[in-house]
Design a protein. Sequence first.
Length: 406
Amino acid sequence: KNEDLTFNHFLAKYSSRCDVPSIIDRLLKTGGKGILLILDGYDEISEDMMKSSFMKKLLSPSSCCLDECDLIVTTRPFACPKVLAGMEHNCVHVEILGFTEEKIHSFIDNYFQRTGGLEMAERLKKKLQILPLVKGMCRLPIVLKIICKVQEYLEDKGLPHTMGGIYSLYIKRQLLHDSHLKIKLTSILEIPEDIFPEFSSLCQISYTFCVIQQLVLSDNDLGKEMLKLAKRGSIYELLFAESAADLDLPIQLFTFVHKTVQEALAAVHIAKQSKLEQQRIWSEQFGRPEMAEVWKFYCNFTKLQNIDVFSLLPTVFSQLPARDDQSDNTQLPARDDQSDNTQLPARDDQSDNTQLPARDGQSDNTQLPARDGQSDNTQLPARDDQSDITQLPARDDQSDNTQLPA
């Protein structure tokens, strides 16, 4: 069965260290009793794997597939609903909050202590106090390390206020550090290909495997030129070669520094396409939770100059299911007191004309008629105590001069 093949394939990687057939036989006979399975990074597996019957049975406590087995699943927040739906209600949901403020300060001190930049550490901690969004990102250790590297790269300059700005500087910093060049890189979308010839290919690979939610790559996924760079242990210090000796695999594996780095590079790839191609890509990918972070990076890098966002909204709305009290039509049906026309019918005291009819005290003219105490002139007539002149006459205690007397 496909379920057995999937499980066998997973355990086959450890065939050099254990007796895989006996383990599978024990799992099936005991239902997994006494076994703890850890599925780390559920959000990083492919959509096909998420939808597979094997994964659904593994997560469901009422399934006959390892129903006695203890299971721990880790994932980023956007994939939590899928996990919780599969586990029904027989589970414990724990949210990892990350570093406290005390831990953040300790990490910064330890990072800059080895570089002799304690003054820079204090400067970074003060900046984080006035940048709450950036400070919130520091709860993740790997992101905090990226921010420390960016601050080190900027020296005395101000830290960007957004995640996109920080990752843009981080990628440029990694490129320059890897090449040992002292040149100025302006925009992340204008990296010179003559100096960094494989950067565009790395961005394209990031996008390709980001769409299918694949974080770990093999040498078969990279081109020959990319593999030449990988012999040094990394590709621009953004994609690193991993040892697969313990898995007894005849291939080389590669992983990104972090999932967010892969998503930032994927956004660069999209932003470098033609406007028509960018529109096409987002018409397919916009609204997918797995591409949410890529969209955020893309918005920051491009400032949405190359895409019509409003044209994407109908695509998202069309995917929403109709409510029970609504028809399948995207427009609301007419109410009982309304006709099928999109315009409201005239009220009893209104004519079919779009303009309101004149009231009894009004003429057919669009302007209000003069009242009984007014002439036909649009200006009000002089009152009995006023002359024909438009200015008021001088009062008894005033002269004829328009100015008030001293």
